[in-house]
Ligand binder design. Structure first.
Ligand code: GDP
Ligand code: K
Ligand code: MG
Length: 273
């Protein structure tokens, strides 16, 4: 049975999309340790299951609730990730997308709220954005159902494509961090998620990842390594804290994607109110 995991920022239309893509809905209790309901549904085409994850802006959790997604990615092995993004808020939404692309399972992006983006005068070249990001992007309007069948087919297709073709995406974080990532990768166990993803999440301060890796990596060494890397990064011209430095690198990647694929035009219709 295929398992597609639905992820995205809060208020991007995840619940609307979940309802459009599934017909039977199995309530399966709460996520471990938190009071958030775990929703699993069967895809309308009966090809697999859809798991709804809590809305988050980044995988590094600010609360226990937000840690659900990281724990899920550490412990389960979803066939693919369906990432819902708000087309009118791409700059903010794509930070999570980058982290999902780094995880190493197939990703399909549902470009939702395209009606809203259009009203705001955003002209998104979906094909170009998809080429830039190296990920299938399907425009949808979750509220009306527009594009949802095509999206479901794409999510199923990505799940069953030859697994060996799916490798975690490699975005460049500059020489200091690349060195730190390599050092960490050499210490990490093979059996879990992509080592590069784990290393980056550790450097960002993702607590559930840190807790998980305590069994494999000497925590004293890890702490010292973190402090050392933090000091190196703060000495760079940017003079940033480690998580902010990582965030800025991602913002740069997103800027480049959007520069070539999104144009701001005058809204088609303006109202006086
Ligand atoms: P969630 O917080 O990610 O689960 O988002 P919801 O599914 O609850 O949607 C948030 C709000 O956006 C709701 O009022 C939806 O009706 C609305 N919404 C969802 N998708 C679309 C869309 O494609 N276009 C428009 N205009 N509104 C949408
Ligand atoms: K909501
Ligand atoms: Mg919701």
């Amino acid at each position: 049975m295929l398992t597609v995991a639905l992820t995205g920022n809060p208020n991007t239309g995840k619940t609307s999309l979940f309802n459009m893509l599934t017909d039977s809905y199995e309530y399966v209790g709460n996520w471990a340790g938190v009071t958030i309901e775990k929703k699993v549904g069967t895809l309308k085409n009966k090809r697999g299951q859809l798991v709804d994850l809590p809305g988050i802006y980044s995988l590094s959790p600010l609360s226990r609730d937000e840690g659900v997604t990281t724990l899920y990615l550490l412990d389960e092995s979803p066939s693919s990730l369906l990432n819902v993004v708000d087309a009118s808020q791409l700059e903010r939404n794509l930070h999570l997308t980058i982290q999902l692309l780094e995880y190493g399972r197939p990703v399909v992006v549902a470009l939702n709220m395209i009606d809203v983006a259009e009203k705001r005068g955003l002209d998104i070249d979906v094909k170009k954005l998809s080429e830039q990001m190296g990920v299938p992007i399907m425009p949808v309007i979750a509220r009306s159902g527009f594009g949802c069948d095509t999206l479901m087919q794409a999510a199923v297709k990505s799940s069953i494509d030859d697994e060996s073709l799916v490798s975690p995406r490699h975005f460049d974080y500059g020489p200091v961090l690349e060195q730190a990532i390599s050092t960490l990768e050499a210490k990490l166990p093979v059996s879990m998620a992509s080592k590069r993803w784990l290393a980056l999440q550790l450097l960002e301060g993702n607590i559930p990842v840190l807790q998980k890796l305590r069994q494999h990596v000497d925590p004293v060494w890890l702490q010292a390594f973190y402090v050392e890397t933090e000091a190196l990064v703060q000495k760079l011209p940017e003079g940033k804290k480690l998580p902010d430095y990582i965030r800025d690198k991602r913002a740069g990647i997103i800027d480049r994607w959007l520069q070539s694929a999104v144009r701001e035009t005058k809204p088609l219709r303006t109202t006086l109110s």
